[in-house]
Design a binder for this molecule. Structure first.
Ligand SMILES: CC(C)(COP(=O)(O)OP(=O)(O)OC[C@H]1O[C@@H](n2cnc3c(N)ncnc32)[C@H](O)[C@@H]1OP(=O)(O)O)[C@@H](O)C(=O)NCCC(=O)NCCS
Length: 249
């Protein structure tokens, strides 16, 4: 049984133990504000004039981050807010890399120690419609990536589009804080997808990118994904893609 608070077991159970994850439903603002207060922070002054949706997403992301940090470092280590820098990159405590996402009714965060990974990126997204996948497919996926639909745990075109999109966004969020390099979808490639044992909806990923800051060297990344029904925000229906990407040494 996974102890990763709020995260689907199909994702959490496949992750290495040195990556700590947590998720939190994007509920009502009052409830989120109270949950945040109990963790030692409140809505930031910078969001005072932001719309309700943005404040709720921000808080659900920060609450997830706080729980993930507590799991990694212990309860005393994660008091207070994780502020963003000028590029909106979260500033983690010394010795920690991590990432925050909000989508499909959830905040989601992952953290790990800097001596284990160079970076961590996460994404949670609602699976797009067949029309969206058709319209945007060629901008996000190349033909090799599309062929990864086949094999263990075959995925529909829209699920594969969402997986590649999520994995590339996660890779970007794992790489940017360290290298400060803007990447397009064609700069990161999903090389391999391995479906989990007997489960079509989860598995592992291998990605690669060229890092200009390292003289164009190819850097390989590892990832994990899970496809779940949407538990929050039921009214909109559909399913939800969760992705975690890590930059190993
Ligand atoms: C930064 C970006 C990846 C965020 O993705 P998103 O789907 O819009 O939003 P998510 O909810 O998943 O993530 C938002 C969180 O990412 C974090 N974030 C923002 N910019 C970031 C960056 N440059 N690097 C790492 N993390 C970042 C923040 O914590 C933010 O939440 P917050 O503002 O509440 O703190 C996206 O907006 C972007 O700029 N993409 C351009 C680059 C790209 O997509 N290239 C193609 C893939 S290689």
């Amino acid at each position: 049984m996974s102890t990763a608070r709020g995260v689907p077991p199909s994702l959490a159970d496949g992750l290495p133990r040195d990556i700590s994850v947590a998720a939190h439903e994007i509920g009502l603002l009052e409830e989120l504000t109270e949950d945040a207060r109990q963790l030692g922070f409140g809505p930031p002054a910078s969001l005072e004039s932001a719309i309700d949706k943005r404040r709720r997403e921000y808080l659900a992301g920060r609450i997830s981050a706080s729980h993930a940090l507590r799991r990694l470092l212990g309860p005393a280590a994660s008091q207070g807010e994780i502020v963003g820098d000028d590029d909106d990159v979260p500033r983690w405590p010394e010795g920690v890399v991590g990432s925050i996402s909000h989508g499909a009714g959830f905040g989601f965060a992952a953290v790990a120690a800097t001596d284990r990974y160079r970076g961590i990126g996460v994404d949670v997204e609602r699976v797009v419609s067949a029309q969206q996948a058709g319209r945007l497919g060629a901008r996000v996926l190349n033909e090799r990536e599309m062929s990864l639909r086949q094999g263990g745990g075959g995925l529909s075109e829209e699920e594969m589009f969402t997986l590649v999109f999520s994995a590339k966004e996660s890779a970007y969020k794992a790489l940017f804080p360290r290298y400060r390099q803007v990447l397009g979808f064609s700069d990161v490639e999903l090389e391999r997808r391995e479906a989990g044992d007997g489960d079509a909806g989860c598995g592992e990923l291998r990605l690669r990118t060229r890092v200009a800051r390292e003289g164009g060297a190819v850097r390989r990344l590892v990832g994990w994904y899970a496809l779940t029904g949407v538990q929050a925000d039921e009214a909109a229906g559909g399913s939800c893609m969760w992705a975690v990407v890590a930059v190993p040494f």
